[in-house]
Write a protein that binds this ligand. Sequence first.
Ligand SMILES: Cc1ncc(COP(=O)(O)O)c(C=O)c1O
Length: 397
Amino acid sequence: MSRSPAAERVSRFGTTVFSEFSALALKHGAVNLGQGFPDFDGPEAVKEAAQRAIRDGVNQYAMGMGAKDLRQAIAEHAARFYGQQVNPDTMVTVTSGATEAILDVILGLVDPGDEVVAFEPFYDSYDANITFVGAKARYVPLRPPDAQHATWWFDREEVRAAFGPRTRLLILNTPHNPTGKVFTREELEFLGGLCAEHDVKVLSDEVYEHIVFAPARHVRPSTVPVLADRTVTVSSMGKTFSLTGWKIGWVIAPPSLRDAVQRAHQFVTFATASPLQVATAAALRLPDSYFQELATQYLARREKLLRGLKEAGLPAHAPEGSYFILTNISHLGFPDDMAFCRHLVTQVGVAAIPPSVFYSPEHRHLGQGFARFAFCKTDGVLDEGVRRLREGLTKHR
Ligand SMILES: Cc1ncc(COP(=O)(O)O)c(C=O)c1O
């Protein structure tokens, strides 16, 4: 018998749930509220800046650490929104999306046999990347809002218990996909205290940093004093500028940490699309009104989908950030979230994502009572999705 050509480190990865549900959505003509990318386009001025850069001949390799002007724009943006002082030459690396940045951070900071603490549900590339380096993930589940907690929360003792002598990295994601949780300063101070105690570094994934709904406020973990020297901030332009296909991301970190990440980056992609870096610098310099308007528009979409889901018998906690809503489905009588989402896409004509795939096998059951809906969609699409849910779920209420 010939052995599988796939290396062990990838052999347990099947097709992602996104591909499966997008294919099902296409086959059944479903409204796709599953995949997390906007069905509208980014700002004209930013697209125009990319076209101009191509016409002007910015078409050869950029500097490995990122084009100088983009690094400068990233530093200006950090100062403008968070009062963070960033040296663009020693503290920034530009990557191919946050996805590459996450891999570079893990490659650069984590050794085989080390442990990485992260919250569940998690963004799926964390788990794969931890596997790639031969490290071990220690997951702590976020708990849904309840009588004592107005938002998703974590048990401090559970987090404390996940830290040990082999812990090297804590992965944070705020605003959080898929719960919509925005970590508070007080929570970050607690986590920072643990990291200081165990000499642990932090990867802070902030790709939804500008999609936050008042009264919640995005606190950049690296601006919390106890986290400042140990945090690598990861972000990207895809969600903020509705241009997810461009895949321009970055890390911001103290020089010694940035240096470790840069060492990995130089042999992962070396450099990132030059004309799109020029346009990303222009995007990051858009006036405050652009960023305010983005959050205002997402608030209206969030309200529309929340209202529609409620009318369809799918109660949900309003997310404080990101463009996802987790609805409770446990009262509908389906065996689990996978069965519910398959029914939804094939019989009701709406695609959602079963969040149990964002949990480790040990905690998978915690995700089985929920479904994830994305509201990064135009009004017509949200209205049609809601109409179908109202009609299609009547008999389950
Ligand atoms: C939490 C989180 N991190 C990272 C990414 C990847 O970002 P990028 O498209 O910039 O690679 C996503 C995209 O969905 C995400 O939701």
